[in-house]
Design a protein around this ligand. Structure first.
Ligand code: NDP
Length: 345
């Protein structure tokens, strides 16, 4: 898999062909067929949308976690409705996305009957972007917000050693007459995957991104990855948001806190065993039947005020291009993916 990173001639592949290739890889490394399909759709979707830090770049990490037995690719999640709107999900050491898919019917039932679903998932491995978890709800007229914790690689404000994960949060809402508005961001200055892309390209990080293993500021991505850590975005305020995400995802769900991850004997595993909190709201319950129009009004005002673009727009643009011309990928990466699917090398 070393060649996955080199620059080579770029070609375009059909999204469905890429998805099927990735599904073959997940299956080969021991996931159930349904989990393989769900992870493949997620990963290929990230690649298609240009969310490349969570696309095929992540395949070696998924494979390492499966190979070492750190994650259970055949886990059957346990879904318990503990109240009309509160759904408890035990992913049973499986991936977060199939656990969320397994809860779909319970979520729909809760939203329909109470206007809200709170989905608290524990023992789950989330190794991807969050937008695929929330965008589909907005396409159905619902508002969704999600929090995920991970591996401790972010120092609290003023601290010198990592406590938080890069703890992303995502928000999606319908917009009248337009694609959903989707905000999806790490609470660290930079997502860990982006740091790894910098390390592969040997490019320095912007000042303020992270610290080295002694807790001193560093712009060297290798130093940040090798025992160093990232900073939370936005100083003490961002650090407190990371704290909130950590508690919502890692504690309220009954899951692990980021610093409690211990790979033990599973050397090389990469996926975090953590938690995810998802809240889905039917905005019609807010008493405003014009909610999506109000969102559109605000979005228009943002652009009129000079905001360059809306969150999510870059991905939609990439998606439209990929649907027309195929998903861009280097020949060498495709070669390695095919080899991985065929003979597990
Ligand atoms: P970015 O900083 O790239 O983007 C954050 C958000 O801001 C996106 O919604 C993006 O939209 C939007 N945005 C970016 N530039 C602009 C702009 N100029 N104007 C308006 N909006 C803008 O994301 P991060 O690096 O923080 O995170 C990357 C990904 O990593 C996320 O998908 C996150 O879920 C994932 N992640 C996953 C983790 C996990 O444990 N599973 C941990 C940490 C991160 P757009 O997408 O259209 O660019």
């Amino acid at each position: 898999m070393t060649g996955m990173t080199a620059e080579h001639a770029e070609i375009r592949v059909d999204f469905h062909a890429l998805k099927s290739l990735l599904s073959d890889i997940f299956s080969r490394y021991g996931t159930s067929p349904s989990t393989a399909d769900i992870l493949a759709a997620n990963c290929a979707g990230c690649e298609r949308d240009g969310a490349i830090s969570h696309g095929i770049f992540r395949i070696p990490g998924y494979v390492a976690s499966l190979r070492t037995g750190w994650v259970d690719g055949t886990a059957v999640p346990d879904i318990v409705g503990v109240s009309p709107s509160f759904i408890r999900v035990d992913a049973r050491n499986g991936f977060a996305q199939p656990a969320l898919a397994a809860a779909a019917r319970a979520i729909d039932g809760a939203v329909e009957s109470t206007g809200v679903a709170i989905v608290a998932t524990r023992n789950s491995h989330h190794f991807s972007a969050l937008w695929p978890d929330v965008e589909p709800f907005a396409r159905r007229g619902l508002v969704a917000i999600s929090f995920v914790n991970g591996l401790a690689n972010v120092v609290p404000h003023g601290g010198r050693s990592p406590v938080y994960g890069t703890n992303p949060m995502a928000f999606a809402t319908p917009v009248a007459g337009a694609e959903p508005l989707v905000v999806d961001q790490a609470t660290s200055v930079m997502a860990n995957g982006e740091v790894r892309l910098h390390a592969l390209a040997n490019t320095p990080l912007p000042p303020g991104t992270g610290v080295d293993s002694d807790g001193n500021p560093s712009t060297d991505p290798h130093a940040v990855l090798a025992g160093g850590a990232l900073n939370a975005f936005g100083g003490y305020k961002g650090s407190s948001i990371a704290l909130m995400v950590e508690l919502m995802a890692g504690a309220l769900t009954g899951g692990q806190l980021s610093f409690e991850n211990d790979f033990g004997d599973c050397v090389g595993a990469q996926t975090p065993k953590a938690g995810q909190l998802l809240i889905v709201i039917d905005p019609r319950r807010g008493g405003n039947s014009q909610f999506a129009q109000r969102v559109a009004l605000l979005c228009g005002r943002l652009l009129d005020a000079g905001q360059e673009r809306l969150p999510g727009e870059r991905r939609y643009r990439n998606r439209a291009n990929a649907e027309r011309f195929g998903v861009p990928i280097s020949e060498e990466k495709l070669f390695h993916l095919k080899a991985l699917a065929a003979n597990g090398t």
